[in-house]
Each structure stands twice: as C-alpha cells, then as structure tokens.
Design a binder for this molecule. Structure first.
Ligand SMILES: [Zn+2]
Ligand SMILES: [Zn+2]
Length: 179
C-alpha cells in the first residue's frame, strides 16, 4: 500500500489540500500511527496513551475502539469505499479513548477537531454516497460522502494529482444539495 498525499504538515487543512484519490490504496498502519501521534499532540496535549491500530476486514461500521485490547480498528471495507474519511474515523476513535459515549462532550470535541460524529453508528455500507464522481478517461466512478475539490483518478494519474484526469461530479443526491 502506498502513502496518501495528505502531508502531516497539512493535516488540519484537508479542504484546501489537493487530493490524489485511489480506490485501493489506504494509508499504511505506519501512516495511521504517525497521524495518531500528530493528532495526539495537537488536540489531546499528548495525553492519550499509545494504542494499537489495525485494519479490520470484516467490520461494516467505519471504526471502533476496543478498550480491553487498547486497540483502534479501522474498517478496511468501509474505507475502500470512502477512503477520504479514514483520518476522520481515526480522530473519532481517538476521542473514544477518553470518552466512551457519543455524548455532548464527545460531539463538541468531534466538531472541534473535525472527527466524524457517528463513526460507530452509521450503517456504513448501506448509507448511499452523496456524491458520485467519474473519471472521463477510464470511466471509473468514485462514490463519496464528501465533496471533492481537486482530485484526480487514482487509476490514471501516476502517483500525484493530474489535471488531465480530474474527477468530475456526475451525480449529487438531493440531501447533499440542502447542506
Ligand atoms: Zn463512536
Ligand atoms: Zn481514470
């Protein structure tokens, strides 16, 4: 698996960062651990204990934190569909290390640091994507929950953003239009 192009320096600037999208390439465990350390320093004063991070092949919800094992599990299935959410999921599960419930304090924190609000709740793979992007070169479709700004097709681009293979919005669900 290759690294994503979200540079650690830009970790809180996702919206403005050029994204290179590829369906099959999720961050490595080392990437996730590095981001864990960065988020820990930035948002938790470095107070979170070290936990294990691993991908789960079976999990249908986006992620989970297992306190008995001190382990964050990130759903591989879910993030193969929605790779742009993987770091939001990581942040969500990090909050669970200190806050087990999705209570008001959890939600406040989640909003502040850009974590997903309901990673454990949404029936991940049953939730329809709000946006469908397409590459007009190879016609691969990319379903996404979030709007993409600068993204190019992972199959056609050679490891970095390529204007020629820019993903184009093909369909947007009504729900998204309201937001
Ligand atoms: Zn949760
Ligand atoms: Zn393509």
């Amino acid at each position: 698996m290759k690294k994503t192009t979200v540079a650690p320096d830009n970790f809180d600037l996702f919206d403005g960062v050029e994204e290179f999208i590829s369906d099959s390439e999720l961050p490595t465990i080392a990437d996730l651990q590095r981001m864990f350390d960065i988020y820990n320093r930035e948002y938790f004063d470095g107070k979170l204990p070290k936990v294990k991070i691993r991908y789960s092949k079976r999990m249908l919800v986006a992620g989970g934190y297992f306190p008995q094992k001190k382990e964050i599990r990130i759903s591989e299935k879910y993030h193969t569909f929605f790779p742009d959410e993987v770091y939001d999921t990581l942040k969500h599960e990090m909050i669970h290390i200190i806050n087990f419930r999705h209570d008001a304090a959890f939600k406040k924190m989640a909003r502040r640091i850009g974590a997903s609000l309901r990673a454990n709740d949404h029936p991940a793979l049953r939730r329809p994507p709000r946006y469908i992007y397409i590459c007009h070169h190879c016609f691969t479709e990319y379903p996404r929950h979030k709007r993409l700004r600068m993204a190019s097709c992972g199959k056609c681009s050679k490891g970095k953003f390529d204007e020629r293979f820019k993903l184009v919005l093909k369909k947007r669900s009504k729900k998204a239009a309201v937001q």
